[in-house]
Design a protein around this ligand. Structure first.
Ligand code: SF4
Length: 103
């Protein structure tokens, strides 16, 4: 499966891309864009992994980013300050909760 970049999210038709939340992401600065691989670093690469996590922790659109990643079931990388494993955990809990309510 091909990895998608956190920095190439297309704006929906009819919307000014500069008004999208993605444009306000802390990872969009020139300095952080140069370190884009950090968002896909294995957790064993602590320096890169922690650098991406620190940027996400201070991001003004972290909630929007996480919500979007959960909606599209993003399989790779750090989004909204969470790893793919952490996001899968949220999705499993949501699924279990939905099944419990439906029962
Ligand atoms: S939460 Fe992280 S990945 Fe998402 S826009 Fe902000 S800095 Fe980028």
């Amino acid at each position: 499966m091909k990895r998608r970049s956190a920095f190439r999210v297309a704006a929906p038709e009819g919307l000014d891309p500069t008004e999208r939340w993605e444009a306000r992401g802390a990872c969009r600065t020139e300095e952080n864009r140069a370190q884009a691989d950090n968002w896909y670093a294995p957790s064993s690469n602590r320096e890169a992994f922690n650098a991406a996590m620190r940027v996400c922790a201070g991001c003004p659109v972290r909630a929007e980013c996480l919500d979007a990643a959960l909606k599209r079931r993003e399989a790779w990388g750090i989004w909204g300050g969470l790893t793919e494993s952490q996001r899968r955990g949220i999705l499993r809990k949501r699924q279990a909760s939905a099944e419990q309510q439906a029962a």
